[in-house]
Design a protein around this ligand. Structure first.
Ligand SMILES: [Zn+2]
Length: 126
């Protein structure tokens, strides 16, 4: 008896592939969740925590005034704009490794990286 490769087999394979994809997605998301985050503190208070895996632009406000703009791009955190007179924070290189910091002394803004930047993150992103 010859069994032909029928439509039902295709559906079964499609379902299995979809399930495998979902599982892979969950695993990679979990890994991202364990990845590094940029922690912003203003005047010693935590302003926010932002995962490096997500490209975004965060305006840092203080007293309804925008003091700095933190940009997270390609797994790195960088201050791209600031209203401080020295603009040292803007000139600092983007950070991505645990315990690296960008400090804006005049605005009392500190951006630090927490969590592990496994080398795996790059390979997941590709
Ligand atoms: Zn600054």
């Amino acid at each position: 008896m010859k069994k032909r490769f029928g439509k039902r087999d295709f559906i079964l394979i499609a379902v299995l592939l979809a399930a495998a994809f979902v599982i892979w997605l969950l695993i990679s998301r979990t890994k991202f969740a364990k990845g590094a985050s940029a922690v912003v503190t203003v005047d010693g208070d935590v302003y926010g925590t932002y995962p490096l895996s997500q490209n975004q632009e965060i305006p840092i406000m203080k007293d309804e005034k925008r003091t700095n703009i933190l940009v997270i791009k390609n797994g790195k955190a960088d201050i791209t704009e600031a209203d401080c007179p020295d603009r040292l924070c803007v000139h600092q290189k983007p950070i991505s490794m645990t315990n690296e910091t960008i400090v804006c002394l005049p605005n009392k803004v500190v951006v630090s990286i927490e969590g592990s930047t496994e080398s795996g993150i790059d390979s997941i992103a590709k």
